[in-house]
Design a protein around this ligand. Structure first.
Ligand code: PRX
Length: 635
């Protein structure tokens, strides 16, 4: 019996039970039957949760790109691997076959080698959603270089922090990027970032927008001429299962972003397996995930998961509102998309528009629709289910994280019955538990608690780049012996999970994971600001928006408030990116603090939400009188 595909509910429970009773046997069978290895592993898995040390398929030898491309060529060489749908719908879409992609990746990999990139070197990729982004990522993986993709909406200073954290030797960017009506000056942003990044020796520049840019002598090279001259024969690097594949940064509840490190074999097995099952993938399907490849969703379900399965995957350069609000639906119709995977924030934004935008299109090609990135509220769930899925496509609400590598809790289409707003059941291999405040596991159903996972799975990130202690502290210390997700969850009467939201200082805004600390740091650098505190509050399109409470220095007291608000948001935009801008900024004379100087954020959260009913225990507050002032000034 193969474990790779779950056909029905009975089989789901069978596979699930096997994966818990004999996880090594379960995953080893999947790994050895469905991938190409230079050498199979000796030990399937070893772990020590106390030390946060997890290894899968150790000593196995493999190259993920050989599994994404080479092995498909005989059977699927002329099949489309990537459909590139440009920002402007009048620009022709590109269909890149597996043969073409193989050639492009091999050439690019040779360019990287010629430019001195070797196994283990870090390469920062700062590109818009164009084919070169996929090609660059796969080229790195082919030669064993570690890719660190930085979302092309991050500011120069955010890019610099990420480049310096892992000492990238090279950056790959483009002359610009199209986004709806706008053109983004990516090269200018990289130039600014690199002023403080001594490790970067080479910048490869792809041409996309024809924006005039400055090429720095001795550092910057146009990509295309190098690719044209490169050989299309590139021997893939033989990687150990546990060699790092990539670093991807995610926000933390304290200062610096965390460079999550994913390794080769476990990530490969897990993304391929989850893609196949969660999207009911079959050979001639056309899969579209609307995320940006700069986030984990794009890494796992635009690139690796689909290509490992020999699928056709869409890279969409544009935005859902350009040229109008029917772009998603028009594109589904145009490419006959079978699986459509997007975020609740996009659904909520589109649901606000005239229904005709979606009703114009029959969307009959769709088979499965998916949601990711934040809780999907009841209204958005039904709109998506009714108007996009036509009440006939299963809607999979997929819960997972940058750290988990792949989807963890989700319905399996045509197998698990769905329930609005519930991610539903864990996938095989995933053992979720809910914990109470006393660190005890909560047994039974109809309970809520902090969501932990009590056993390793192949896709889990192995460490934080350069800071294993932080990895241990962040994920394995709150509930010893378990991986703590940072989310709260509810388990209903039949054991279905519903994610209720973050229980730490991370706020999910429009599906983007934002730590409050780095935003506060950015605000506090404004010369007129003494201190600040950021919390999330509910927003009907973004899910959450940011509310800032700001204390001004004496020198700032007489400044015009509207200008200050603009300047503060500009600071946030410069330091992090426009996605982190605040919706509301309230100036206050103090913040509620405990005697030990800690800001009591739950009070600020309640005020931001407009819920004054129960502030909980305020007896440890040094300055309880401040609560009234803040309440009275609430925006
Ligand atoms: O809070 C959860 C929320 O997004 C967080 C992870 O964010 P990130 O690492 O950026 O990865 C997003 C894409 C996988 C989680 O801790 N989240 C993600 N998916 C869901 C979700 N919350 C509720 N329901 C989901 N389906």
């Amino acid at each position: 019996m193969s474990y790779y595909k779950i056909e029905n509910l009975e089989q789901y429970f069978k596979h699930y039970n096997k994966s818990v009773r004999e996880p090594r046997k379960f995953w080893n069978k999947i790994a050895s039957e469905n991938f190409t290895w230079y050498q199979e592993c000796e030990k399937v898995m070893e772990f020590d949760m106390a030390e946060a040390k997890i290894e899968w398929f150790k000593d196995a030898k493999v190259n993920i790109v050989k599994n994404c491309l080479d092995r498909h060529l005989a059977k699927r060489g002329e099949k489309t691997a990537i459909i590139f749908e440009p920002n402007n719908p009048n620009e022709e879409a590109q269909h890149i076959t597996y043969n073409d992609l193989y050639t492009r990746v091999s050439k690019m990999a040779n360019v990287l080698r010629e430019q001195g990139i070797n196994k283990g070197d870090r390469v920062c990729i700062y590109l818009p959603m164009i084919p070169e982004l996929a090609v660059s990522i796969l080229a790195c993986a082919r030669i064993g270089a570690i890719h660190s993709v930085v979302f092309a909406g991050f500011s120069a200073s955010a890019v610099a922090t990420r480049i310096n954290d892992c000492d990238c030797k090279m950056a790959i960017t483009s002359d610009g990027g199209f986004r709806g009506e706008k053109t983004i000056d990516l090269k200018g942003i990289i130039d600014e970032a690199l002023k403080s990044c001594p490790s970067v020796k080479t910048v490869l520049v792809a041409k996309r927008t024809n924006t005039p840019i400055v090429m720095k002598e001795g550092r910057d090279l146009w990509l295309q001429p190098l690719v044209d001259d490169a050989s299309d024969n590139c021997v893939a690097e033989i990687m150990d299962a546990e060699d790092p594949l990539f670093i991807l940064y995610t926000s933390g509840s304290t200062g610096k972003p965390k460079g999550m490190v994913h390794t080769t074999a476990g990530y490969m097995v897990y993304t391929a397996y989850t893609f196949k099952n969660v999207f009911n993938y079959e050979e001639n399907d056309i899969f579209w995930c609307t995320a940006d490849i700069g986030w984990i969703t794009g890494h796992s379900y635009i690139l690796y998961g689909p290509l490992l399965n020999g699928a056709t995957t869409v890279i969409f350069e544009g935005v859902p509102s350009y040229p109008d609000f029917s772009r998603f639906w028009e594109t589904i119709e145009k490419h006959k998309i079978t699986q459509f995977y997007t975020a609740p924030t996009a659904i909520r934004a589109l649901a606000k528009e005239n229904l005709e935008y979606v009703q114009k299109y029959p969307l009959k090609s769709l088979k499965v629709i998916g949601s990711v990135g934040e809780p999907i509220n009841e209204e958005a769930w039904h709109w998506y289910n009714d108007h996009v899925g036509g009440k006939r496509c299963p809607l999979v609400d997929t819960w997972w994280q940058t750290e988990t590598g792949g989807i963890m809790i989700s319905a399996i289409p045509f197998v698990t019955p769905t329930k609005p707003t519930y991610a539903s059941l864990p996938l095989p291999g995933i053992q979720p538990v809910l914990m109470d405040e006393k660190r005890n596991e909560i047994e039974g159903n109809q309970v809520t608690g902090s969501l932990c996972i009590k056993f390793p799975w192949p896709g889990i990130a192995r460490t934080i780049w350069g800071d294993h202690q932080r990895y241990k502290d962040t994920y394995f210390s709150a509930f010893p012996g378990k991986y703590f997700t940072g989310d709260g969850a509810l388990r209903d009467e039949v054991g279905y999970y519903r994610i209720t939201g973050r229980v730490d200082d991370v706020v999910i805004v429009s599906g983007h994971n934002l730590g409050t600390a780095p935003i506060e740091d950015a605000i506090n650098e404004h010369p007129a600001v003494a201190e600040s505190a950021i919390v999330g509050f509910p927003h009907d399109v973004k899910g959450n928006a940011l509310y800032g409470f700001v204390i001004l220095k004496e020198s700032g007291e007489n400044r015009d408030r509207e200008n200050l608000i603009k300047e503060i948001n500009q600071h946030v935009s410069d330091h992090i990116g426009p996605i982190a801008k605040l919706d509301k900024i309230q100036f206050v004379s103090g913040l509620p603090k405990t005697r030990s100087g800690k800001i009591m954020r739950r009070i600020l959260r309640k005020i931001a939400e407009g819920d004054y009913s129960n502030f909980g225990d305020t007896s440890t507050l040094l300055n309880p009188e401040i609560i009234d002032e803040i309440k009275n000034g609430r925006l």
